[in-house]
Design a protein around this ligand. Structure first.
Ligand SMILES: [Zn+2]
Ligand SMILES: [Zn+2]
Length: 651
């Protein structure tokens, strides 16, 4: 053991010091007081450094309390040496408010852990410094420094969060201490470089990692002045891997003429939504019942190709519903399922399908057979049994998936079917009396009386509209047209039916065997306009045959040679107005007034053997003509005032 000399150092000045904490210390806190004393030699070989140090009101000092002497200096500031090398001893007497007091003797530093947050006083501080007189010369004046270190006793708390909806790991600590991150990888070959922070970006990490990697994140928080906490959490990173698409349609059903947005969502293997780059390209196809559906692209263009395939659609557009499914091709009777498929062009195995029900939507004419009316014939106007035959009641009906569609606007109109009813009109075909109800027939809505053509209205609450078609004056085929007045739908919603306007039961008198008793003749003009001009009722046929036979027989007996009658116009195939002009003569025109219902016959008289021209309007009957009249009269056939000769069946 080294022989040591001892000196005593007397306090040179009062050691009153005060430090107040107004809030709990957040971290290590140092208090350094300078001590200034005179060395005093004592009888025993030591240096005694005694001073009362008062540290006032150390509020919140629930902490480790370190005290130590770190150096001694003489008055020339020449360092004697650190305390540790000087074999120093520190003795502290303290009081801790009224709660505790005591003496701590330590060597060479003292640690006190106060139990309260109250005032803490150091009553005496004694530093005993042993030294070796061989190496050290005691100084008269000794400077000392005393260092109190206050540190929070609460250890750091630490948490690692990895919200499932996020891709970022956040490690946090109560007091933001220095963080040390450790890591382990599964699989182990993943290469990860943590950023120098306590926030770990999964996206950054995954650029080099495999599809799915589980990492054990260990975060340790330590404080230089004491306390340590460690937290560990397993975190699974997943790359944004599309497993399939989910396709949804904004409508449960898409009816004919309708379109509906379709939405494509990328899904992972667990059917969770995942992100997919906006510019990834998707192809849409209709794989079943493609004759019923197609697509409208993001520019609003309707795809018209077959197969129905829409390519190079950016995923962002597909996801946002920019592509529409359009049921604009064919109207199904019963619902059909169109299978819509979307696939990733860079990897067609990533795909999805949806079955979209396409249902009917129909605007139609519901008309029971027979679809026939009798032409409007003026001589029958007062006969309700006959006028009834001019009318055909039917319904306009609008349905969507078999259910009523009310308030749908529509138009009804008619048009003559060219060259029907025997109206060849070879030299006058373009002539048409437009907007003439006599010409085209007209509509009367249920409960109304106005004659309308066209008729514009809307379907009622039951999706229907009852209306009656009233015949024109002509015998022919009339087409009744129905069309939606919705501009977007008009080209899809339309219907038409043909109504035959005819006098029932007419037969072709040309098919009756004449046995040479009559012939047929008409002018070239007549043949051009109405070549098929010898139709009549059965009773007309019967009576006319009998009358002609009797006249023929009479002529054989009486005249030098038999009088073979030359027949001209009777009726057209369906009866109705016989417009010799070929210009759709109006209802009340006197020209060729008869010939509408198969009870008329004109007889040619080119040699004036039946009538002679005496200047009167209809000519004068000859003797033969009078005989003809009398014979015809026996069979109900009366002459009418017409040139040259016209007979009309009276019944
Ligand atoms: Zn005609
Ligand atoms: Zn006539």
């Amino acid at each position: 053991m080294v022989i040591k000399d001892t000196v005593a150092i007397a306090p040179r000045s009062p050691m009153e010091r005060s430090t107040t904490f107004s809030s709990p210390p957040q971290t290590c806190y140092n208090i350094i007081y300078e001590l200034n004393a005179t060395a005093v030699k004592t009888p025993r070989p030591r240096i005694i450094f005694i001073t009362p140090v008062r540290i006032d009101t150390l509020v919140y000092c629930t902490s480790v309390f370190n005290c130590g002497v770190f150096g001694l200096f003489d008055n020339s500031t020449y360092p004697i040496g650190p305390v540790s090398n000087l074999d120093a001893q520190v003795n502290i007497t303290y009081s801790e408010g009224a709660n505790a007091s005591g003496t701590v003797v330590s060597y060479p530093t003292v640690e006190i852990r106060p139990t309260t947050t109250h005032r803490f006083d150091v009553k005496t501080l004694e530093v005993i410094l042993h030294y070796d007189p061989v190496y050290y010369v005691p100084a008269d004046i000794v400077f000392g420094y005393i260092h109190f270190r206050v540190a929070p006793v609460t250890p750091p708390t630490i948490s690692i969060t990895f919200p499932s909806e996020d891709t970022t790991i956040v490690v946090s600590d109560t007091y933001l201490p220095t963080m040390i991150l450790q890591e382990r990888h599964t699989p182990p070959d993943a290469v990860v470089t943590w950023r120098p922070s306590n926030i770990i970006s999964a996206a950054e990490y995954m650029t080099s990692a495999s599809a799915e990697t589980t990492v054990t994140v260990t975060a340790t928080a330590t404080r230089p002045c004491g306390g340590e906490q460690t937290a560990t959490r397993r975190v699974t990173f997943k790359k944004n891997l599309v497993d399939h698409f989910e396709i949804t349609c904004e409508q449960d059903t898409v009816a004919f003429t309708e379109s509906a947005k379709i939405f494509v969502q990328a899904k992972d293997v667990n059917n969770q939504n995942i992100e997919l780059a906006a510019d990834k390209l998707v192809t849409f196809t209709v794989t079943t019942n493609a004759e019923y559906g197609t697509f409208i692209d993001q520019d609003g263009d309707t795809l018209k190709t077959t197969p129905v395939k829409l390519e190079h659609i950016p995923y962002a557009d597909a996801k946002a519903g920019e592509i529409q499914f359009a049921a604009v091709k064919k109207n199904p009777v019963d619902p059909v399922l169109c299978n819509v498929k979307a696939e990733l062009e860079s990897d067609p195995s990533k795909a999805g399908e949806a079955r979209i029900p396409v249902v009917e939507q129909t605007l139609k004419i519901v008309m029971e057979p027979p679809r026939e009316v009798r032409p409007s014939i003026p001589t029958e106007d007062a006969d309700t049994n006959m006028t009834k035959l001019r009318k055909k009641t039917f319904e306009v009906q609008m349905t969507r998936n078999k259910a009523a569609v009310p308030n749908h606007p529509f138009r009804l109109w008619t048009n003559y079917v060219e060259q029907t009813g025997g109206h060849d009109h070879g030299d006058t075909r373009t002539v048409r009396q437009t907007d003439n109800n006599d010409n085209y027939g007209y509509f009367v809505a249920e409960g109304k009386s106005e004659h309308r053509r066209p008729l514009d209205d809307v379907t009622n609450a039951n999706g229907k509209f009852e209306v009656t078609y009233n015949a024109s004056i002509f015998g022919d085929s009339m087409r009744i047209y129905l069309q939606s007045r919705d501009p977007q739908k008009a080209k899809f919603f339309k219907d038409s039916v043909t109504v035959v306007e005819k006098v029932e039961g007419l037969i072709n008198f040309r098919n009756v065997v004449s046995n040479g008793r009559w012939t047929f003749a008409q002018s070239a003009t007549g043949a051009t306009r109405h070549a098929d001009n010898n139709w009549c009722s059965q009773s007309m046929s019967n009576n006319l045959q009998k009358a002609i036979r009797k006249f023929y027989n009479w002529s054989m007996d009486t005249l030098e040679s038999p009088f073979v009658l030359s027949l001209n116009d009777m009726s057209l195939i369906f009866g109705g107005r016989f417009d010799v002009s070929g210009k759709w003569d109006s209802r009340n025109s006197q020209a060729h007034l008869y010939h509408r219902k198969g009870t008329s016959v004109d007889i040619n008289d080119p040699s004036n053997r039946i009538k002679i021209d005496d200047g009167s309007r209809y000519g004068k009957w000859t003797a033969i003509g009078i005989k003809l009249k009398n014979i015809f009269d026996d069979y109900g056939l009366s002459p009418e005032n017409e040139r040259p000769v016209h007979f009309e069946l009276r019944y």
